[in-house]
Design a protein around this ligand. Structure first.
Ligand code: NAP
Length: 328
């Protein structure tokens, strides 16, 4: 089919009435974190015509992290952006087409599948959803400025950077308690700040946290301000019952108040759970034949770069097999 270069198209143009303007792929991958890039390395290397639609931030969450110390193969660590650029280059080496654009709509009801972006329409025999998840933010003004400068959304990723410091974890769910437990290996102290006086976390994790002498709970409280000169040095918390504000000196603030899977564009197209995570069966298959999912968009348990990359590899192998079987 004829391909009209993306640059020659205008936002809002309607290509749906002229199929000759639509470029067709064996595989379209939506999302460019470790899952999407890894999948594309495998599918392109297997000679499947592959398009990645990267979203507005190619590389995903790791583009906003500093050093990654636990991705195998880098004994001295690697910066998140460098790791993602390496993955991108490795994928391009095998011929993946990359488009930096946002997907606005999908149609999985008919074959070939249709993917609409802000400037184009593409069709595909198979689609991989690897749009990831976004950590929920506290939503207070200084949060953005201190992100990566004392504020972290992943204890496994960043905990070791806070050795012998006073650490605060916000949240009352499984993640907050699991992360707080983990962080006691590094921090001088770990305080969990929860907005209620009742934890949402499972009983076993509650017991473990209550038994840990390094963990202290501060109930009915929220973080209302963050202070520091370039790096975080203290936070102001407010008791929701009394209104009293208290200053805490902290070196690290871990926000563990849940994640939002980036799945709004797939609503009514594939099965999701009540939180919006894509439901997969047999590891990477969605309820639509030919549509697959990998990474944090379905995996709320592990959420690591290496596990996302692993899921991406699995999805690519499943896609390859699925396409081969259809051709027989
Ligand atoms: P979660 O269960 O949704 O808990 C989020 C916590 O953050 C809640 O305590 C919530 O308070 C609090 N919160 C939400 N928004 C807030 C805000 N704006 N300000 C302050 N606090 C806020 O999320 P999660 O802990 O990440 O867990 C997600 C899923 O993964 C769960 O199903 C969990 O069971 C699972 N998980 C399992 C394991 C494990 O099995 N080992 C480990 C990690 C996660 P409220 O309680 O007041 O709503």
């Amino acid at each position: 089919m004829l391909h009209v270069p993306v640059g020659s198209r205008e936002k809002g143009d309607d290509f749906s009435s002229d199929d000759s303007l639509i470029e067709h792929f064996d595989v379209i991958i939506v999302g460019s974190g470790p899952a999407g890039y890894t999948a594309s390395i495998y599918t392109s290397r297997a000679k499947l015509k592959t398009l990645i639609i990267t979203g507005s931030l190619p590389g995903g969450q790791l583009m906003t992290t500093s050093e990654v110390e636990n991705y195998p193969g880098f004994p001295n660590g690697i910066f998140g952006p460098e790791l993602m650029i390496n993955m991108k280059q490795q994928s391009e080496r095998f011929g993946t087409t990359m488009i930096t654009d946002e997907v606005t709509k999908v149609d999985f009801k008919n074959m070939p599948f249709k993917i609409y972006t802000e400037s184009s329409i593409y069709t595909a025999e198979s689609v991989l959803i690897s749009t990831g998840a976004t950590p929920r933010k506290l939503g207070i003004e200084p949060e953005q400025a201190f992100s990566g400068r004392g504020i972290s959304y992943c204890a496994t990723c960043d905990g070791p950077f806070f050795k012998d410091q006073h650490i605060v974890v916000v949240g009352g769910g499984d993640t907050a308690l699991e992360e707080a437990n983990f962080l006691t290996k590094f921090g001088k102290s770990v305080k969990i700040i929860h907005r209620r006086d009742n934890l949402r976390a499972s009983k076993i994790l509650q017991e473990r946290a209550f038994e840990n002498p390094k963990i202290e709970f501060i109930w009915n409280s929220t973080v209302v301000d963050i202070k520091g000169d370039g790096k975080i040095s203290s936070i102001i918390i407010k008791n929701n019952k009394t209104g009293v504000e208290t200053k805490l000196n902290v070196g690290g603030l871990f926000v563990a108040i849940g994640h939002e899977p980036n799945t709004s564009i797939f609503k009514d197209q594939i099965d999701m759970d009540d939180r919006g995570y894509v439901i997969v069966k047999n590891h990477t298959n969605t309820n639509i034949d030919g549509v697959f999912a990998s990474g944090d968009v379905h995996d709320y348990r592990y959420r690591q770069a290496i596990t996302a990359a692993g899921f991406g590899c699995m999805a690519a192998l499943d896609i390859e097999k699925w396409l081969a079987e259809r051709k027989q």
